[in-house]
Write a protein that binds this ligand. Structure first.
Ligand code: 13P
Ligand code: SF4
Length: 341
């Protein structure tokens, strides 16, 4: 009898203790990070997909466009970039004299991987009239080969501003490229890359969720497949998703992007309900499987790794001088076009 009574008693007492100690550890780490930030004169920039505890202590949380605008204007000596590698590289290109660190140097991106600079250079040689527009999710070496950079927040504007007499080459996201072609009517040669996380969202599973919540508006990131984009009430960058949901008179939303964004949405719209879009578990399950989509790269960053990178000032972004110089111009061109009314 005593043996059967014991387990529930143990569970009841340990669960709150574990939660309390995790909370206490988070507080200690947060204090240490904020102290290091002051001593280093650092700024902490975080992408909308970062874990909540990082978002909550960052100086700025936003999409790729907002983060590059912040990086371009910061007066800090050290930039601590909580996002993926190409984002931290962009901050370094804009601030070659500053120290840029990121919590985990393995935080890559499937889009960046899909487009090696040598392969892009070979394609560019086939048509001297190409005007290359690179989605910011690419390496510094690819940026250095490009005429202009874009993000999901300004891709349409950047393509509309491209010279009319040039043949447009859009790299590396074919889904974003397709969507921008539909918006602008401008034909483009598309690189065949994709975001491994966004292409897991599928039409059928989204339709099933929509049937359960018929009032919900569908908010989709343009890295998603066309079959999913066709179901959208709005297609936009992560930052615009937040602004759109805030301004909307509707109360329920299905969010088709990485689940990290739900933290900000729920914090900034506490009276609204957000559902994470389901994904199709490609190759692993015989039928649709509903699970929230997480970017395995974005989720490599933790509070502990953030503290460690600020203590050691490693891993840091270092780039060859010529790449830094050549990659800067297309990013500045993007910032300049983006600022136009
Ligand atoms: P946003 O610029 O819309 O935040 O997108 C970045 C990204 O990596 C999407 O997967
Ligand atoms: Fe890259 Fe996709 Fe992760 Fe964004 S969500 S960083 S595009 S792999």
């Amino acid at each position: 009898m005593a043996a059967t009574m014991a387990p529930p008693a143990t569970r009841e007492t340990t669960a709150p203790t574990v939660a309390r100690s995790a909370e206490a550890q988070r507080e200690v780490l947060t204090r240490e990070i904020l102290d290091l930030k002051r001593r280093l004169n650092a700024v902490i920039l975080a992408h909308n997909y970062q874990v909540p505890e990082i978002q909550d202590l960052a100086d700025f949380v936003g999409d790729s466009l907002g983060l590059s605008q912040q990086a371009a204007r910061t007066r800090a000596d050290v930039i601590v970039f909580c996002g993926v590698h190409f984002m931290a590289e962009t901050a370094k290109i804009l601030n070659p004299e500053k120290l840029v660190v990121l919590p985990d140097k393995e935080a890559g991106c499937s889009l960046e991987e899909s487009c090696p600079a040598e392969a892009l250079a070979a394609l560019q040689r086939t048509n001297p009239n190409f005007y290359t527009i690179a989605y910011i999710n690419c390496s510094a070496a690819v940026k250095a080969l490009s005429d202009v950079i874009c993000t999901s927040g300004n891709a349409e504007k950047i393509v509309r501003a491209a010279p009319a007499d040039r043949d447009l080459l859009f790299v590396p996201d074919e889904n974003l490229g397709q969507w921008v072609m539909e918006q602008t009517g401008r034909p483009m040669t598309l690189w065949r890359g994709h975001c491994y996380a966004h292409v897991e969202f599928r039409r059928d599973s989204l339709l099933r969720l929509k049937a359960q919540h018929p009032q919900a508006r569908v908010v989709v990131h343009p890295e998603s497949l066309r079959e999913v984009r066709e179901l959208a009430d709005v297609i936009c960058s992560t930052e615009k998703m937040i602004q759109w949901c805030k301004a909307s008179p509707d109360r329920e939303f299905i969010i088709v992007t990485e689940s990290g964004i739900l933290h900000r949405l729920r914090k900034e719209c506490p009276d609204k309900t957000f559902y994470c879009a389901p994904t199709y578990d490609v190759g692993r399950m015989p039928t649709d499987a509903c699970r929230c989509s997480e970017c395995k790269y974005m989720k490599l960053n933790t509070l502990e790794k953030l503290r460690d990178c600020m203590r050691r000032l490693e891993p840091r972004i270092e780039l060859p001088r010529d790449v830094l110089e050549r990659a800067r111009r297309p990013i500045e061109r993007m910032l300049e076009i983006s600022a136009r009314p």
